[in-house]
Design a protein around this ligand. Structure first.
Ligand code: ADP
Length: 523
């Protein structure tokens, strides 16, 4: 049934009367209480049992953006409760009726429609005259809520990142005990978070590495320093894998120490590859050494002669010197000349010995500033006797203006020796000429050629001659060219072969000029 116009009017009048009474009752409070209400830091509203606003304080109008007279006598739910929450606000009212107190956090709406988080306290009290009113207090907690939301978001982001990162992540609390492991860690060890936290994870560490883990972590933890260590951790399939672990202290937003966070990477495969690389490196170095030793073996007879000859000459000069001095009137001038010839002879023998010795040595990787022409000349000296025993002649065409380069002397000697011995070998059954030239190529690189007039490169095998162990010689090792190419490439150059138009072959290599000393090559 529709209420009549007059009954509506009556009920409005009644409400008005009630409001007036309640207001009077509230205003009967001592004046300091009024002031307290007015100045309270929380937004406060007094409501009658119909949820109509009887009075509000300053903070209420500020917080919700209303003028005091805009809110009086209006139902509070119409003013500050978002539509979606009207139902729950009504429940609060019911609770107030039953229990007299409601507390909680919720959302309220400002006049401009914007929403704020509030903590709400509503109580029902009876005034001195027995009137019942509701007090509602609101504290703006939007900032805190937003911060919590941001925190939750960033935690969710961290969680998502940690669980999809290809590393094992862990965290400790301020006591140094682990309190978090990411999903990849748990999948790796095949254990649960409960099993791993605290010191549980240590059960997966290889028994031989446990002490190392403590030694790596505890001093760093004590000094709040970052640390890095390697140890073996058991994978779910039982295999111990090498792990590199790095940990750093973490701090709260206000700079308080919060524990450690760290990440671990399985480096077993990298470690194996590195071991393999080192093994190959060693193998290469051994082969290069064998190559040098075998070349020296080939030259043994000639080298013996090369050393013996200046020594014999020194002996002769020593005799002559003694004779000049033994004369009745010692001829000091002649004796001095014989002695200085002797010094030269011995110096030459020592020099050859040094060159040979350095080629025999195993650990010869040393980069220095070098004159390539000088190395060519040194090789001529070492090969001098060997060539003399044949009818082969050696010729050099050296560009004397070549710039110095930074390179490994022994390795370049080895390359030249290989190429020159190959050339001599190719001409052993016939007369011939070995020509060694040095010059600057058009691109500024140094270009060295070793050209012979021998049997020429093996037919159809051109592409194999630089392969390791490829040889067409009965006593060959097939190492010389592959090692030489490796050396030149490690110096940043190129080594190749061409067939001469008439006869024989030419081997050429380039080296970048002004090469800065960097990491030494492998050979
Ligand atoms: P080795 O000399 O022990 O055979 P190398 O690697 O130095 O090993 O040479 C590989 C092969 O390349 C030789 O066996 C030979 O067939 C060919 N070769 C190298 N240098 C020459 C050259 N100057 N003339 C012709 N063939 C050559």
């Amino acid at each position: 049934m529709r209420p009549s116009r007059s009954s509506v009017h009556e009920s409005y009048e009644r409400v008005d009367e009630e409001l007036k009474q309640t207001k009077d009752e509230v205003q009967k409070q001592p004046p300091w209480l009024d002031e307290l209400f007015e100045q309270a830091p929380e937004a406060a509203a007094v409501l009658n049992t119909d949820d109509r606003i009887v009075c509000v304080n300053k903070e209420f109008t500020r917080m919700f953006g209303y003028e005091p007279d805009e809110v009086l006598q209006r139902p509070i739910n119409d003013l500050i409760v978002p539509e979606a929450l009207v139902e729950s606000a009504r429940e609060y009212t019911n609770q107030l009726k039953n229990g007299g107190r409601v507390e909680g956090e919720t959302i309220r709406r400002r006049k401009d429609g914007s929403e704020i988080y509030v903590s709400l306290l509503a109580i029902t009290i009876s005034t001195t005259s027995g009137e019942v009113v509701n007090y509602a207090l609101y504290r703006d907690i939007t900032e805190r809520k937003r911060a919590e939301e941001r925190l939750r978001e960033s935690e969710a982001r961290f969680q998502a990142m940690a669980d999809t990162a290809p590393v094992l992540i862990w965290m400790t609390g301020t006591d140094g005990l682990c309190n978090y492991f990411n999903k990849p860690w748990l999948e790796f060890t095949g254990r649960t978070m409960e099993q791993e936290i605290g010191t549980g994870w240590i059960q997966g560490v290889h028994p031989d590495d446990v002490q190392g883990c403590f030694d790596g972590f505890l001093p760093a933890f004590h000094d709040r320093k970052s640390f890095r260590m390697e140890y073996r951790l058991r994978r779910a399939d039982g295999e111990y894998r090498w792990i590199i672990e790095s940990g750093i202290p973490r701090y709260t937003g206000v700079g308080e120490f919060a524990g450690y966070i760290g990440s671990n990477i399985d480096i077993t495969d990298i470690k194996r590859a590195e071991e393999e690389r080192q093994r190959l490196h060693q193998l290469e170095a051994d082969l290069a050494h064998i190559n040098r030793v075998s070349m020296m073996g080939e030259l043994a007879a000639s080298l013996g002669h090369e050393i013996k000859q200046p020594i014999a000459s020194a002996v002769l000069n020593a005799g002559a010197c003694a004779r000049w001095l033994q004369r009745d009137t010692p001829d000091i001038t002649e004796a001095r000349e014989a002695a200085s010839r002797m010094v030269k002879d011995v110096g030459r023998a020592a020099e050859i010995f040094d060159r040979v010795h350095s080629l025999y040595r195993r650990d010869t990787s040393e980069w220095e500033l070098l004159d390539l022409n000088e190395i060519i000349r040194e090789m001529m000296v070492l090969l001098h006797d060997k060539v003399n025993r044949t009818s082969i002649s050696i010729r050099t065409e050296l560009d004397l203006g070549l710039p110095l380069i930074t390179a490994d002397r022994v390795q370049l000697q080895q390359v030249l020796m290989n190429l020159m011995l190959n050339g001599i070998e190719a001409m052993k059954d016939a007369n011939g000429e070995l020509t060694v030239t040095s010059k600057r190529a058009e691109d500024g690189q140094l270009l060295i050629s070793v050209s012979d007039s021998g049997i020429g490169l093996p037919h159809g095998e051109m592409k194999h001659i630089f392969e390791a162990f490829f040889t067409t010689k009965p006593q060959g090792t097939g190492m010389g060219l592959s090692i030489s190419r490796r050396i030149i490439e490690s110096h940043g150059g190129r080594l190749w072969a061409i067939s001469n138009s008439e006869c024989g072959a030419t081997f050429q290599f380039t080296l970048p000029s002004g090469l800065a000393a960097s990491s030494p090559p492998a050979a």
